[in-house]
Structure formats: C-alpha cells, structure tokens
Design a protein around this ligand. Structure first.
Ligand SMILES: NC(=O)C1=CN([C@@H]2O[C@H](COP(=O)(O)OP(=O)(O)OC[C@H]3O[C@@H](n4cnc5c(N)ncnc54)[C@H](OP(=O)(O)O)[C@@H]3O)[C@@H](O)[C@H]2O)C=CC1
Ligand SMILES: O=C(CO)COP(=O)(O)O
Ligand SMILES: [Zn+2]
Length: 359
C-alpha cells in the first residue's frame, strides 16, 4: 500500500475515491430496540455513552433506550431541538468524554450525532424512530448554512438499530416522506448522468445501480406501504439503508440528491419547518422528471399511492414560494449541476408550478 494511504489513515481524512465506510451492524425488526445492550456490548467501544434525542422522541423512545442501557453503561442524556452549528457544538461539549453517541430520533438528531461523533473522533449508533429520510445509514450529514452548502462529509453509523414497531407507530406522514426521499433517487440519478455527459463529472455505476434499484423496488411495492404496518416499516427502512449505502459507495450524496433536493433545501430555507424533507423533495421530483422528459405522471402516481404530497398546496406551500424555491435551487450548492441549471426563468418557474400541480 502506498505511503499516501497511510498518511490518509493517520490524519483521518477520508479520500472518498478510495475509502468507503459502511455500517457494521444493522438490526431491523420487531422489538429490535431490545438488542441495543447487546449491540453496544459487541461493539466494545467503551462504557461512556451519550444518548441524544429530540424533544418528541426523547419521551417516547429515548426513555426506553435509557432504561435498557443505564446500569450497564455510564449514561449522559441530551435533547437537541434543531440542527445548527451551535446545537452541534453543544453536543460536542457534552459528549467530549463519551466513547459513543447513541442517536434516537429523526433525521436532524441522527445528522447531529453523525457530525458531533465525527468531530469528537468517536462512533455513533443510529436508532431511527421514523423511516422519514435516507440519512439513517449514510456517511453524509445535511446542515443548512447561509452559503447554501448543506451536505458535509462525515461517517456512517457504526451500527443501526431500527425497531419496526416504533417506526410503524410514528405518524404515517413520516413514512411517506421517507418513501418520497427514495423516489427522488430517480431524478437525482438523471441529474448526475446529465452532469457526467455535460460536465465530465465522475459517476459511480455501482452507486447508480443500487440507488435506482432501491427506488424501483419501493415503487413496485408501493401498494404494500400502509399506515401502522410493521411490514411497511421494514420495507421502507431497508430501502433507506440501501440508499444510504449508495451514498457511501459514491462518496457523496449524488445518487440520492439532485435538483429535486436543491428545491427541497430551498423550500426549507424559505419556510423552515413547514414541510418535511422527503415531502419537499418528492414534490421537486415531479418537476425535475418533467424537465428530464421522463414519466413525471408515474412519479406522481407512486407518491400518491404511498400517501406522500404531490402539490405545494397540500403542504401549505403557496405557489409563488414554490416558484421562488425553483429559482433559488440553483444557488444551493452551485457546484452540483442539475436540470435546474438549464435555463429556468422566473416566468418559466411560475408556469411550471401552475401547470404541473394543477392538472
Ligand atoms: N444525512 C443524510 O444523508 C440525509 C439527511 N437528511 C436530513 O434529515 C432531516 C430530515 O429528517 P426528518 O426525520 O424528516 O425530520 P426531523 O428530524 O426534523 O423529524 C421530524 C419530526 O418527526 C418527529 N418524530 C420522529 N420520530 C417520531 C416518532 N416515532 N413519533 C412521533 N414523532 C416523531 C421528530 O421529533 P423530535 O422533535 O423528537 O425530533 C420531529 O419533530 C433533514 O435535516 C434532512 O436534511 C435527509 C436525508 C438524508
Ligand atoms: O437528503 C439527502 C439524500 O436523500 C442528502 O442530500 P443532500 O446532500 O442534498 O443534503
Ligand atoms: Zn433526502
């Protein structure tokens, strides 16, 4: 092995063209939460655990996880209610002597743990309480910033424990949002291939194949995705893990995030907290697929079947904000070339919103 390889190892700088990081243990199923003590013992990373959760999930699931591991591990708990540089720094302070962070919650909690553990040089375990996003297993972390850059290099969880009972009991809106996050892989891939043809951007055929296959399986099984069903929770969680692995293979979020995600990030900036991540990305996928000349009606049908919103109005987003988000999308992470960089104007953005969401 080259000396460069060792230099990379020593400095913990991950050259994503050479180095894929993947989760080690993945436990998905009924009562999976009960496996947490065993998973932590087998990881043997130390006794000091920071348990991180969100305001809602702390009571519902955080308390259960705490009761399973306290006594066996030296436990500190913290509830985080947003993902900002400040909230991440606070987690880093509280967790400065932790051997491991256990993140119990939605995407914001998991991403916070991902970044804090990466910066603290310790591992984290992902305990999703909802199948609402494909960051469950990914090595990327999404953070809104003023510059518009929203995806950071981090590391994947060392283990994932996804309890299908808990995920099935979460509001269906969250599960549908996770499905929409997966369905958006279709246009993310088209954007990546476009950037490859037009700009010579390097693509990963393996990451593309896995990402596309994940979306295809989900769409094929759309009729099985129902509220309050552990089978549905299991299907969607597996898809989210698979999509996260595609990102790890790519070394970027490219196979799962294109123009539809930039639109989603723009919506989040214009109306923070109004629309779930996957919901906004799903709505953006319809426009992106239309512009790519693909089967945008098929995308809309799949989203509807799953119970995900297909129009800005359904999520309380006024048309003019949706049009503004479409214009703003290209300012977000401008180095990521997508179909939305191909000449959208204010007039065409407004016309697209009117036409695609009124039919
Ligand atoms: N790193 C990556 O690769 C990816 C990252 N993301 C990021 O993830 C985030 C989106 O994740 P998402 O989960 O949609 O949003 P949030 O983490 O904001 O969660 C949405 C809401 O759902 C609540 N919730 C979670 N689980 C349950 C449950 N079991 N019962 C009731 N309520 C529950 C949360 O509670 P609480 O208040 O307790 O938090 C929160 O209020 C975004 O920041 C996005 O950018 C998305 C995709 C990929
Ligand atoms: O949401 C993601 C994939 O679903 C991650 O994408 P971003 O890199 O756009 O944050
Ligand atoms: Zn996403």
């Amino acid at each position: 092995m080259s000396s460069e390889y060792f230099k990379i190892l020593k400095n913990k700088v991950f050259d994503k063209s050479k180095w894929m990081q993947l989760p080690r243990d993945v436990v998905i199923g009924h009562d999976a939460l009960d496996q947490i003590p065993r998973v932590l013992e087998e990881l043997a990373l130390g006794r000091s655990v920071l348990l991180l959760s969100g305001p809602r999930t702390n009571k519902a699931v955080g308390d259960r996880v705490a009761s399973l591991i306290e006594g066996q591990f030296d436990l500190t708990r913290h509830v985080t209610d947003a993902i900002t540089p400040e909230t991440i720094r606070l987690v880093e302070e509280i967790g400065s002597s932790a051997d491991l962070i256990v993140a119990v919650g939605g995407g914001r909690v998991i991403d916070t743990a991902k970044i804090a553990s990466f910066n603290l040089d310790c591992q984290f375990v992902s305990v999703p309480t909802a199948a609402s996003h494909d960051g469950i297993a990914s090595s990327r972390a999404s953070v809104p910033t003023d510059e518009g850059s929203s995806s950071l290099d981090a590391h994947p969880p060392v283990a994932i424990v996804a309890d299908t009972g808990i995920i099935a009991a979460a509001p269906h809106r969250l599960l549908a949002s996770g499905c929409a996050d997966i369905i958006s892989n279709y246009t993310a891939i088209l954007d990546w291939e476009l950037a490859h043809r037009l700009r010579g951007e390097v693509i990963s055929e393996y990451a593309i194949a896995l990402s596309r296959m994940t979306a295809e399986i989900l769409v094929k099984d759309a009729h099985l995705i129902l509220p309050n069903s552990e089978e549905s929770a299991w299907l969607v969680t597996k898809a989210l893990v698979s999509s996260g692995v595609a990102m790890s293979i790519a070394g970027s979020s490219r196979p799962a995030s294109g123009g539809e995600h930039k639109f989603g990030h723009a919506v989040e900036r214009l109306m923070p907290g109004k629309v779930l991540h996957g919901e906004a990305c799903g709505i953006g996928t319809i426009i992106s697929m239309y512009l790519h000349g693909g089967d945008w009606r098929g995308i809309r049908t799949s989203l509807k079947k799953i119970g995900a919103p297909t129009t800005p109005a359904e999520v309380g987003l006024p048309d003019h904000i949706a049009a503004e988000a479409l214009m703003k999308a290209k300012e977000i992470r401008p180095e990521r070339f997508t179909i939305f960089d191909m000449g959208i104007t204010e007039d065409s953005a407004a016309a697209l919103i009117r036409m695609l969401y009124r039919e």
